[in-house]
Design a protein around this ligand. Structure first.
Ligand SMILES: *[C@@H]1O[C@H](CO)[C@@H](O)[C@H](O)[C@H]1NC(C)=O
Ligand SMILES: *[C@@H]1O[C@H](CO)[C@@H](O)[C@H](O)[C@H]1NC(C)=O
Ligand SMILES: *[C@@H]1O[C@H](CO)[C@@H](O)[C@H](O)[C@H]1NC(C)=O
Length: 281
């Protein structure tokens, strides 16, 4: 009887667990989907720009074709014709994608007509193929210094976004959140400030050479400047004891050490090792 009474409770506990698990699964799946979605959006832009760069190289290469040697006038005439020919476009598009690059080939096929239109009609006005193709036509990318689905401006001011000392997350794509990822030494929402260990000089943050300001005890320590910090190490003949350098213990054998002092030494050596490996700020 008692067991029967317990069953429903047990059952509801189980159901509760199951619901918890399911909710967790659903939330996780949703987050993953969102992340994958963002990745895919970003990847489409990257793929497009890659294609565009390759296409532009093709344009460049076929531009010079035919020059040099021979009858210059005749060559130029021939090139003039070639320049706006279906043959040139074919020469370019044939080499735009690697044979096994599925994304590239699909994109190229799907937008064959658009590319042809650009090549024969729009080329004079829309001189930047990548911009025309990826930003304006496919709309899979944003202009540089903008980000996200609606091409929002990156923090800061146009080409001075992130104070030119950081990367805008999603820069030039339809993805990202636009936050500035600052170079070392810089901080703040638009990388406008210097982190500790750096000093502002105009618009630059320069590493402070703490050693020049005698950050270490020069009578006992060597100072080594590092990016954003410095390290003090004991001079020869000295060893770390706590925070300070003290004359090194006489070498083994000269002192008859008892078990007790050996134990103390071991502890102190451990402490010293800890201090040595810790960078002071
Ligand atoms: C965005 O990308 C362009 C091109 O690579 C670069 O010149 C620019 O500095 C970048 N801007 C930011 C804020 O990341
Ligand atoms: C923006 O995205 C980056 C990279 O995923 C992340 O580190 C950062 O915390 C995000 N910032 C905000 C404000 O969401
Ligand atoms: C950046 O510096 C300004 C002025 O020095 C200060 O008011 C602001 O709080 C700083 N911002 C951050 C994020 O440290």
């Amino acid at each position: 009887m008692a067991g029967r009474k317990h069953w429903p409770r047990f059952g509801s506990f189980f159901a509760f667990l199951l619901v918890l698990l399911l909710c967790n699964r659903i939330v996780n799946a949703k987050e993953e989907d969102e992340d994958n979605g963002k990745d895919r959006v970003m990847k489409r832009c990257i793929d497009c720009r890659k294609l565009a760069v390759s296409f532009e190289i093709g344009l460049d290469l076929t531009n010079r074709k035919g020059y040099g040697g021979g009858d210059v006038v005749w060559e130029e005439k021939k090139l003039g014709k070639y320049e706006n020919s279906e043959m040139r476009l074919l020469d370019i598009t044939e080499k735009t994608c690697k044979r096994k690059d599925f994304q590239c080939n699909t994109m190229l096929e799907n937008y064959e007509d658009e590319i042809e239109k650009w090549f024969f009609k729009l080329r004079q006005d829309e001189t930047d193929f990548a911009e025309w193709f990826c930003e304006k036509t496919l709309k899979v990318c944003c202009p540089f210094n903008t980000f996200g689905p609606d091409c929002q401006a990156c923090p800061g001011n146009g080409e001075f976004s992130c104070s030119q000392h950081g990367k805008c997350h999603g820069n030039g794509t339809r993805s990202g959140n636009g936050s500035c990822i600052c170079e070392t030494g810089y901080s703040g929402s638009v990388c406008e400030n210097c982190t500790t260990g750096y000093v502002q000089k105009g618009s630059e943050c320069n590493d402070i050479n703490e050693c020049e300001a005698n950050a270490c005890d020069v009578s006992l320590e060597n100072c080594e400047n590092t990016e954003g910090s410095f390290i003090c190490t004991c001079k020869e003949g000295f060893q770390k004891e706590g925070d300070v350098c003290v004359p090194a213990e006489p070498t083994e054998g000269t002192e008859s050490s008892t078990d007790d002092s050996a134990a103390t030494n071991a502890v102190e050596e451990e402490k010293a090792a800890e201090v040595d490996s810790h960078e002071e700020l």
